[in-house]
Design a protein around this ligand. Structure first.
Ligand code: SF4
Length: 390
């Protein structure tokens, strides 16, 4: 088995293999420069410890690499040490495993060898965008009487960047257009549309919508007939479109955790370390116009027809759940996925405890298994593609 020393010595070997010229023929061969001795993870590859295993989150390539806790310990507690120093620390009882670990890190391209690790500072994980509200949900049903221009204008004033608009009923095309038209001139960067299937919502019509309204980042059509089931991305626009047969007819369809929905990116990671990954800087307007932290939470801060979003946001209790982060939540605090996972404070394992785990998650960080066959299968295929070692 190749040792890290041999592997990282590749550069030195190439130096020695330089063709000997006239000078080299008569002069003594120059000594090869010493190989770099410290392995440094790329700044965007961040290890997170869990109860049973750990993970390296590659936030640039959006990949997870599951690793043993022992490797986490080497990466964190022995950061900046040479391999020789690390082996000595473990009294040379784990030399083979340590070699395998560094071989793995090299193979997966998670870092590099160097002599001056102090020259590579850690990535800045502070999270403090200027917007008062970064994301919003607007729910709609057949009985909703929303004033779209007014609501979208207020969200724009608050600096909202992302909107999820969810229609629980079967929609006509003109209903979707009236919503999108209200957002045409604001600063929203992305709109995700969820709508019930109606005959007008053909794939051609949806592609046309995406072409006309460039901020549309995703369209999900629920309650579609089985023959419509399909998922694709409009390549020239980057908009994802999907027909699903499941019915989304109330906010209760939200708050599900699935391995395929983990968000492996710098923004989520940085936010999750301090804030709630669902509710932080979020504002929701339910189908009746009630302003809430989330449409599934019981507390209303007034109706948007009578209270401005600005006033609702100024209520001292409005941000109360924003700072409930995964490090404070039972079970999640021991989960290696806690900084790439979303959250939900509406459906909890203990409704009386705001720090209890959300009820829809079937992952058990103490056994590292998803206790639902579908999630486990999805996690298995994801791990296969993500270079897992145990
Ligand atoms: S236990 Fe479930 S909800 Fe909690 S961080 Fe892990 S995957 Fe997410």
């Amino acid at each position: 088995m190749a040792t890290p020393t041999k592997t990282r010595g590749r550069g030195a070997t190439e130096d020695l293999a330089e063709p000997a010229g006239p000078v080299a023929a008569s002069a003594p061969p120059a000594a090869a420069p010493p190989a770099p001795v410290v392995f440094v993870l790329y700044a965007y590859c961040l290890p997170v410890r869990g109860a049973r295993r750990s993970v390296v989150c590659d936030l640039q390539r959006q990949l997870l690499h599951f690793i043993p806790d022992a490797l986490y310990e080497i990466l964190i507690e022995h950061r900046g040490k040479t391999v020789a120093e690390i082996k000595l620390h473990y009294r040379h009882e784990c030399d083979t495993e340590i070699d395998e670990y560094f071989e793995f890190l090299e193979r997966e391209d998670l870092g590099f060898w160097c002599d001056d690790p102090e020259s590579f500072p850690e990535i800045d994980l502070s999270w403090d965008p200027p917007e008062r509200i970064t994301n919003a949900i607007l729910d709609v049903d057949a009985d909703s009487v929303h004033d779209y221009p007014d609501i979208l204008g207020q969200l724009d004033d608050l600096g909202t960047k992302a909107l999820e608009a969810r229609s629980f009923h079967r929609c006509r095309l003109d209903e979707l257009i009236s919503l999108l038209a209200a957002a045409a001139h604001g600063r929203l960067r992305s709109i995700e549309l969820v709508a019930g299937y109606g005959e007008e919502l053909t794939s051609e019509a949806l592609e046309g919508l995406a072409g006309d309204w460039r901020r549309l980042s995703a369209i999900l059509i629920h309650s579609a007939p089985a023959w419509r089931r399909r998922r694709w991305t409009i390549a020239r626009l980057g908009t994802s479109v999907e027909y699903v047969t499941e019915t989304i007819d109330s906010p209760r369809c939200c708050g599900k955790i699935h391995p395929g929905q983990l968000a492996v990116n710098l923004e989520t990671f940085a936010e999750a370390r301090r804030f709630n990954t669902c509710l932080n800087r979020k504002l929701a307007i339910d189908a009746r116009g009630e302003i809430r932290n989330c449409p599934s939470l019981p507390r209303s801060f007034g109706n948007v027809r009578e209270v401005s979003l600005h006033s609702a946001l100024a209520h001292r209790d409005f941000p109360a759940l924003w700072s409930v982060n995964k490090d404070q939540i039972a079970v999640c605090r021991d989960c290696e996925l806690r900084y790439v996972c979303t959250d939900c404070r509406a459906y909890l394992t203990d409704a009386a405890d705001r720090y209890s785990k959300l009820s829809s998650c079937t992952y058990d960080p103490y056994t590292a298994t998803w206790n639902s066959p579908a999630a486990d299968a999805a996690a298995g295929s994801a791990h296969d593609a993500q270079g897992e070692i145990r």
